[in-house]
Design a protein around this ligand. Sequence first.
Ligand SMILES: NC(=O)c1ccc[n+]([C@@H]2O[C@H](COP(=O)([O-])OP(=O)(O)OC[C@H]3O[C@@H](n4cnc5c(N)ncnc54)[C@H](OP(=O)(O)O)[C@@H]3O)[C@@H](O)[C@H]2O)c1
Length: 376
Amino acid sequence: MSKILLTGATGYVGGTVLTQLVSSSAPSLKPLTIDVLVRDAVKAAKLKETYGDRINTIAWNGLDDTTSIEETAANYDIVVNTGSGFIPEGAVAFVNGLARRVKAGNPVPWLLHISGCSNLADRPLTQPPTPVREWNDEKDASEILEHMKVLDEAEPYGQRTAEIGVLEAAAASGVQAISVNTPLIFGEGTGLFNQQALVIPLITMYVIQHGYGWKLNETANFDRVHVLDLADLFLLLVRTILEREDRGVGYLPSGKRGVIFPTAGRVLIKDINQKCLDVAFADGTLPRENTPKTKEIRLVPLEEIANKLTAGRSDVAERGWGGHKATTGVLASKLLGWKPTRLEEAWEKDFVDELKALKEDRRMITLANCIAHSEK
Ligand SMILES: NC(=O)c1ccc[n+]([C@@H]2O[C@H](COP(=O)([O-])OP(=O)(O)OC[C@H]3O[C@@H](n4cnc5c(N)ncnc54)[C@H](OP(=O)(O)O)[C@@H]3O)[C@@H](O)[C@H]2O)c1
């Protein structure tokens, strides 16, 4: 039976992917035992207690322990790396471990890596303007990695360095690797620990604290995907590898053409702020005595948003909240039949759900964990 290893089980994305993997009724997934790398012993025990013999937990020191990662990865057919996407050495170590299997003549192994669309973003507030373009994972397949390399040479960015490193190491070693280059994720996760998204909770928090919304410019954008639709995509990838005779080799994109975009709609940052204001005014949370009486969206300085929303990282803030990063995904639906179902209605509902969660003290900020590594 195929051996599958997963990271990020305690997080928002990885936790959701794990619950969807173990609850799937697909015949290829039902008999699988998933090995899960977990740093915290208490969380490992809770995962084991919940999922029983569907998982094994393996203690590790995390994404900086490249020697152990290589040794561990060398035992698996599929690695699903859905933990922090910001640690290049650790991500590449998974490829290097899998490469040992290629050398030993085993069936070609796969790495499914999570990354993010801010890797393609410009920095329109602090750098000279560059042409804004929309990236398509099919039409632009040969250009995406090359473009990221140019950006990363000028200015290394951990999440992008990791994505480039994974895809290039895979291409060089014969390992198969896909980077799921993910936009804004929304919706409640289904994992045991962090179930919270980032963007809508953070903007909701700001809007409620200040009584007004914010923008860094008029045009900053994000594509979006519901966390359950994203998890569905990871399941379809795993199933394709398990179920097809060719194990997806030559069928799924890989290595230098291995980026796919799981996108299901596009939004502007200022419009997300508007929606947060709309729900807060609609239920009477705003205005308060000392906040604006009408809905306002103010132009604010980058430093303020970096300090309040991205753990002081102004580069992350500028790419995420000020940058342009339109990505259109066609490969997932074309090759895997991926059909996101949580669209406009789920998006609208999420703003109401997030405000409710905030008011019920069910929200905390997880960005520091998400970006994990302070490479700058
Ligand atoms: N959330 C989003 O909106 C979003 C959007 C686009 C792309 N992404 C990508 O998805 C990744 C995961 O996001 P998320 O929202 O699931 O984050 P999260 O909820 O904060 O979870 C992060 C996971 O990574 C693990 N982790 C963090 N630092 C680690 C380290 N040094 N070594 C080993 N494991 C480590 C955490 O494990 P512990 O419990 O042991 O800390 C946790 O399981 C992001 O890093 C990013 O690249 C996320």
